[in-house]
Design a protein around this ligand. Structure first.
Ligand code: FES
Length: 105
């Protein structure tokens, strides 16, 4: 599958042949600037992304833990997600996200 990521400066990056299990991991594997300090346990909010277009509808709903962490994320929006909580599958081919403020180092 492939994903599309806009980095913090707005540069579009297409990442192909993604085999990572989570969105955060795929972004990190591609060498993009994402802090993801807690390593994926939903306890830092430094993997915050905005999900573009209609992709949010295809993702699993936000859990209570993710919701609580998003409340402390910088500039939370309706389409905010913690990328470490987004599980990837072939149905999400083309998933497009934007790295949120505070997600980079
Ligand atoms: S990596 Fe820490 S909340 Fe996602």
């Amino acid at each position: 599958m492939r994903i599309v990521v806009y980095d913090q400066s707005g540069t579009k990056v297409e990442i192909g042949n993604v085999s990572d299990k989570t969105l955060m991991s795929a972004i990190r594997s591609a060498g993009l600037n994402i802090t993801a300090q807690c390593g994926g346990c939903a306890s830092c909010a430094t993997c915050h992304v905005y999900v573009e277009d209609d992709w949010n509808r295809k993702l699993e709903p936000v859990s209570d833990i993710e919701d609580a962490m998003l409340d402390v994320a910088e500039e939370r929006r309706e389409n905010s997600r913690l990328s470490c909580q987004v599980k990837l599958s072939d149905e999400l081919d083309g998933l497009t996200v934007r790295l949120a403020p505070g997600s980079g180092f």
